[in-house]
Design a protein around this ligand. Structure first.
Ligand code: NAD
Ligand code: UDP
Length: 333
């Protein structure tokens, strides 16, 4: 039987580690490349004993395989790349800080990972004929004027603000994919991931799901930014992972863009109330904090295209997903 090889950048992160679990369970030989800037070895320790899994501690923006001639000004950021790039049939480029706290702290690294990192991996896929998937984000829609967001919407994004390092570098990554597909017929596609949650979501990265659950479990006040009327739509991680696989493995999806997320929309205030109840802390206090700059007012995916082309839709309800996630955090207290 033919061996299937998958390369997952960002595989020690929240989504990446679940994707590695899934791919190994499907019999793939998986190489996880991660520099642990926001990820944790703890997320993949259980896999490291597995003969089909290999972890490489590597920054995707540093060093280049020898066959890539680079302009001189880029050489110093690319020194030291091991000439390893292992054989891969599928390349999932998930490396990138993802939470506002994570990408604002590592803003330059985020820009380079989504630009130079994407370029390098596309170049690899072009040469080796591997299928490529880029983890883009609903943030490319910015503070949207179209609701729910459909793939054809161009977005309303601030190119010069605290979220720009993330939003604009993801948009640049998307533009690179467009060029590689149209110039070189590279087998590449991208998914725009909407807020995803579940076990292994880093409790310290400031995202609303981890913040509110850990606050509730510790008996602290729950922090809601602004008046809590802004909306998000939360997707459970196992649903997302099925979507990532469908997007890379469905025939004739090169050059396509797919929204992946759960269309069940909630205000953040209502979400905080649900978390309180599911954590068994109905009396916990909600305190209001200032809304961060450029925080989108509403967000909800239109997933008609993923449903039609990928035959994919989320299955896990918010209540069930939150219960699994709360159990995970309870086990860590
Ligand atoms: P995460 O921070 O848990 O995982 C990202 C991983 O990438 C980390 O392990 C980190 O160490 C690694 N990484 C970052 N820069 C790197 C580099 N230069 N070289 C090698 N490794 C590097 O975040 P996540 O939530 O798992 O997000 C995964 C991907 O999905 C990201 O690309 C993110 O933009 C995208 N995404 C996630 C969400 C979400 O809600 N979780 C939403 C939209 C998009
Ligand atoms: N948020 C909040 N309390 C928190 C953390 C975040 O009210 O403790 C809000 C945040 O302002 C945003 C929403 O929750 O409106 C989702 O934030 P998150 O950082 O999880 O992801 P985003 O969708 O903003 O990237």
């Amino acid at each position: 039987m033919k061996r299937i090889h998958s390369l997952v950048t960002g595989g020690a992160g929240f989504v990446g580690s679940h994707l590695c679990d899934f791919l190994v369970s499907q019999g793939h030989h998986v190489v996880c490349v991660d520099n642990l800037i926001t990820g944790k070895l703890e997320n993949i320790n259980h896999l490291r004993r597995h003969s089909q899994f290999r972890f490489i501690n590597q920054d995707v923006i540093k060093g280049l395989p020898r066959f890539l001639a680079l302009p001189r000004f880029l050489r110093d950021v690319t020194r030291g790349f091991p000439r390893f790039l292992p054989k891969a049939d599928y390349v999932f480029h998930l490396a990138s800080p993802a939470s506002p706290v994570g990408y604002m702290k590592n803003s330059i690294e985020t820009i380079l990972t989504n630009s130079i990192g994407t370029y390098r991996l596309l170049e690899y896929c072009k040469r080796k004929g591997a299928a490529f998937l880029f983890a883009s984000t609903s943030e490319v829609y910015g503070n949207p004027h179209v609701h729910p967001q459909v793939e054809s919407y161009w977005g309303n994004v601030n190119s010069f603000g605290p979220r720009s390092c993330y939003d604009e570098s993801k948009r640049l990554g998307e533009a690179l994919i467009y060029e590689y597909v149209h110039k070189y017929k590279t087998n590449a596609r991208l998914v725009r991931i909407f807020n995803t949650y579940g076990p292994r979501l880093n409790e310290n990265d400031g995202r609303v799901v981890s913040n509110l659950i850990t606050q509730a479990l510790h008996g602290d006040d729950l922090t809601v930014y602004g008046d809590g009327s802004q909306t998000r739509s939360f997707c459970y991680v196992s649903d997302l992972v099925r979507g990532l696989w469908a997007a890379i493995s469905t025939p004739r999806t090169a050059g396509e863009v797919f929204n992946l997320g759960n269309p069940q929309e909630t205000t953040i205030l209502k979400f905080a109330q649900t978390v309180k109840e599911l954590c068994g802390k109905p009396g916990a206090k909600i305190v209001k904090k200032p809304l961060p700059q450029d925080d989108p007012i509403k967000r909800k995916p239109n997933i008609s295209k993923a449903k039609k082309v990928l035959k994919w839709e989320p299955k896990v309800s918010l209540k069930d997903g939150l219960q699994y996630t709360i159990e995970y955090y309870r086990g860590r207290i």
